[in-house]
Design a protein around this ligand. Structure first.
Ligand code: AMP
Length: 427
């Protein structure tokens, strides 16, 4: 595109400490949140005649961790199309060439609030179970494409006042290491499963633990396992649920097992003690039944040993959840992930810059043609790798081992003001 024409399409404005340079179709920008990657604004899109959310990724190629996350997010957002995963509307960069390339703007459906804000509210069983059902549907859809999240948390789940819910991100890449013996970067670990904290192999129900922690927080109104660092995170788990069995300890690698065996032993508490009746609305026979079902579901999700923990499918069939079961939502056809090497990629900063730039351009082209999601991806990835059909593929049934590279991810989870209306009626 002609340079002058492109320049005329954009305007700049300051948002907090950052400058947003966006297409003129997006007006009335207001900050609504911030995460590890940058600031998110709401805006009015004059072309689509609707409100949208715009996330600015500043220099996403600046290091391996930022680059991998940004690239992964762009590719996956383009491929995944499900009502419980945030929808991609547009992607653009105001810079005119690869040499000048700096920032990426991701335009998404706008929601009203993140789940941190909903946790403060008193939810009835109908709303609580519907929010959980939708989270499970979104996660099941990701699993069907071989994407295991591993880092689900309330700040990455957004809701509307009509009680609809969407997951915002795609979690940790398979190659992102976590683990007890790693440097404690500033990340929210409250929702991470024991197998993630302890650096064990994992399977799809790693995400059920996180959903259990989120459910527990919605019931209690406070974080269930508020570890101050990655070691304290494990302490908080065993203090409440009890020291796990010898059978579980035998699955740990030697150094982690030694650490875990040397912790004080805890008997843990029953789920009746952890989640007493007073925490639930139980003013009628119906609500009492629901409270006991909710507690039963919690006791099946919050199981330290993943081999004894409920699966996503079993959770969707649980009496507390299955009242919402709709095959069109639960059994949607799996998305086709076009870049099979997504999680294995290792590139230099310059290569990442080119890959991400190509991805953004591919998105810009698609938007012009009116299709942004669900079509074959650009050849950007293949160009750098010199091959078009990488053979590695993933399955949620694979038990993957952690690599030992420490993740540099930093997630401050600091949400700016978001206007949350009370959650309205569910369907
Ligand atoms: P992220 O940078 O994706 O982690 O988002 C940071 C925060 O911005 C979230 O916790 C939400 O509060 C808010 N946010 C992000 N995307 C949206 C969206 N599409 N609709 C509403 N709020 C959003």
């Amino acid at each position: 595109m002609n340079r002058n024409k492109r320049e005329k399409e954009y305007y700049s404005l300051d948002v907090g400490d950052s400058t947003f340079t966006v297409l003129k179709r997006y007006q009335t920008l207001r900050p609504i949140g911030s995460g590890a990657q940058g600031i998110v604004c709401s805006a009015y899109d004059h072309n689509l005649e609707r409100n949208v959310a715009i996330k600015k990724l500043s220099r996403p190629f600046q290091n391996q961790t930022h680059a991998k996350r940004a690239y992964r997010e762009l590719v996956l957002m383009k491929c995944v199309n499900h009502k419980n995963i945030i929808g991609l509307l547009n992607v653009f960069t105001p810079q005119k060439s690869l040499e000048e390339f700096q920032d990426v703007y991701i335009v998404m459906e706008l929601m009203d609030a993140n789940l941190c804000q909903v946790i403060q509210m008193e939810l009835d069983h109908e709303r609580l179970s519907y929010l959980l059902y939708q989270t499970l549907c979104g996660i099941k859809h990701l699993h069907s494409a071989g994407i295991i999240h591993r880092d689900l948390k309330p700040s990455n789940i957004v809701v509307k006042s009509d009680c609809t819910l969407k997951i915002l991100d795609f979690g940790l890449a398979r190659t992102a290491a976590t683990g007890l013996l790693m440097t404690p970067y500033v990340v929210t670990r409250y929702y991470r499963a024991p197998e993630v904290i302890l650096g064990m192999g994992y399977q799809a129900n790693v995400d059920v633990w996180s959903i259990g922690c989120i459910m527990a927080e919605m019931v209690r109104g406070s974080v269930l396992f508020p570890g101050t660092d990655h070691i304290d995170q494990w302490n908080k788990v065993i203090e409440q649920l009890g020291t796990p069995s010898q059978e579980f300890l035998m699955k740990l690698n030697q150094s982690v097992r030694t650490y875990v065996e040397n912790r004080p032993r805890y008997a843990g508490y029953t789920f009746e003690k952890l989640f007493p009746d007073v925490l639930f609305p139980a003013d009628s026979e119906h609500n009492k039944l629901k409270a006991s079902q909710a507690r039963d579901l919690l006791s099946k999700m919050l199981v330290i040993d993943a081999s004894k923990r409920i699966s996503v499918d079993e959770a969707l069939q649980h009496p507390y959840i299955n009242v919402w079961y709709d095959p069109a939502e639960v059994e949607a056809p799996p998305p086709l992930i076009t870049d099979k090497q997504l999680d294995e990629r290792e590139h230099t900063v310059e290569e990442w810059k080119e890959l991400i730039y190509k991805e953004v351009h591919d998105c810009e082209e698609r938007t012009k043609n009116g299709v942004i999601r669900g079509q074959p991806a650009s050849l950007g990835a293949a160009v750098i790798n010199g091959s078009q059909h990488p053979s590695s593929s993933s399955s949620v049934n694979d038990v993957s081992s952690m690599s030992t590279d420490p993740t540099l991810a930093s997630d401050t989870d600091s949400s700016l003001e978001t206007s949350a209306g009370p959650l309205g009626c569910c369907r």
